[in-house]
Ligand binder design. Structure first.
Ligand SMILES: Cc1cc2nc3c(=O)[nH]c(=O)nc-3n(C[C@H](O)[C@H](O)[C@H](O)COP(=O)(O)O)c2cc1C
Length: 324
């Protein structure tokens, strides 16, 4: 049952919202294929944009694409179109991550209204104000994750915070020691005009990239991160019941849903994923934090004291691929 005439459907408007999603190193590892009638949108993994050192199993790549998929659903709901979303619809084509059919299925009224938050969401890597998050909002964030099949475990206990400090410090140390990891990070540090990557002002970009490539800054990054963890208003771990591409896509949708609910209340987040990205630390973190599933994303959340400009995005034309 359609609630709208799909003649007015504008798939490009939906994709404009999808591409605002967060992604590791701002790689934006997604492509979209739109059917001729504009009613079917396929989401594909852009494996050229994978991070083989930071993310050898493409776990975060799938999570990032799950975030983009959630934004697409939000945009569809915002315009009043019903949709059906199938994850990994073709087992022979693992790069085909999802098929979204607009104009069929169930309208998701709870998502309508989150589109505005998708525009204003940012990753906030600085200190947050000391103001705590209200209990009701903390519960809302847990509900948001659960609605997408994830679980957000809040970590208020000081002992858990100390464990996180220790593990993040170890993670920073191990990653920065690794020349290949530093090279991969430097590769994604560009001036903003490039449309992707981690923005570095044009004039100093070569210098910053050179420093990242050559120097192990694990110790100073680790102590900076420790302070941020210690004073963080809220620490939380997002887990999933399984650890397959399907779970990762669901995790991405859970992550983006909770980030947008947070943004609606003026709360932003940043990531402390080092101990999850490293295979040797992930089980240690899961044990230390008594994870109720597979650890996927570790977050710091709070109120920022400023508004950041949006990070760059590839134009939608660049992420649309033709029909085969
Ligand atoms: C799966 C995933 C993992 C991420 N991991 C990190 C991280 O470890 N450290 C970090 O500073 N940012 C991390 N980010 C945030 C991205 O760098 C950020 O989304 C990207 O630079 C775009 O900026 P924006 O979120 O402000 O739009 C991650 C984002 C996603 C979706």
């Amino acid at each position: 049952m359609n609630s709208h005439n799909t003649d007015t459907l504008d798939p490009v408007a939906l994709l404009n919202c999808a591409v605002l999603a967060p992604s590791s190193h701002n790689t934006q590892p997604w492509l979209f294929r739109v059917s001729e009638d504009g009613r079917t949108i396929e989401l594909l993994a852009d494996v050229q944009r994978a991070l083989p050192i930071n993310d050898p199993d493409n776990r975060e790549l799938h999570i990032s694409c799950g975030c983009a998929l959630f934004n697409l659903r939000v945009a569809a709901a915002d315009t009043g179109f019903e949709r059906v979303c199938t994850l990994l619809p073709d087992s022979d084509r693992p790069e085909l991550l999802a098929r979204v059919q607009i104009g069929t299925g169930t309208l998701e009224p709870k998502l309508a209204g989150l589109g505005e938050a998708a525009i204003h969401r940012r990753t906030w890597r600085n200190r947050f104000k000391s103001e705590p998050l209200p209990d009701a909002l903390q519960l809302q964030l847990c509900d948001a994750a659960e609605a997408e099949g994830g679980r957000l475990q809040l970590l208020p206990e000081p002992e858990l915070r100390s464990q996180v400090v220790e593990l993040v410090k170890q993670g920073d140390g191990l990653q920065w020691q690794d020349e290949a990891w530093r090279e991969e990070l430097a590769h994604w540090m560009h001036p903003g005009r490039s449309g992707d990557g981690l923005t570095v002002p044009r004039l100093v970009a070569p210098l910053v990239r050179g420093v990242v490539r050559r120097f192990d800054m694990g110790r100073s990054v680790g102590s900076q991160d420790s302070l941020l963890v210690e004073e963080s208003p809220l620490l939380a771990l997002l887990t999933s019941p399984g650890d397959t591409p399907q779970d990762w896509l669901k995790t991405g949708q859970a992550l983006q849903r909770l980030l947008l609910v947070a943004q609606q209340q003026g709360v932003q987040a940043s990531y402390l994923n080092q101990p999850i990205q490293l295979a040797q630390l992930r089980p240690v973190l899961e044990k230390a934090l008594a994870a109720q599933g597979h650890a996927q994303i570790l977050l710091r959340l709070g109120y920022p004291d400023d508004r950041l400009p949006a990070s760059p995005r590839r134009p939608v034309d660049d992420v649309i691929v033709d029909q085969p």
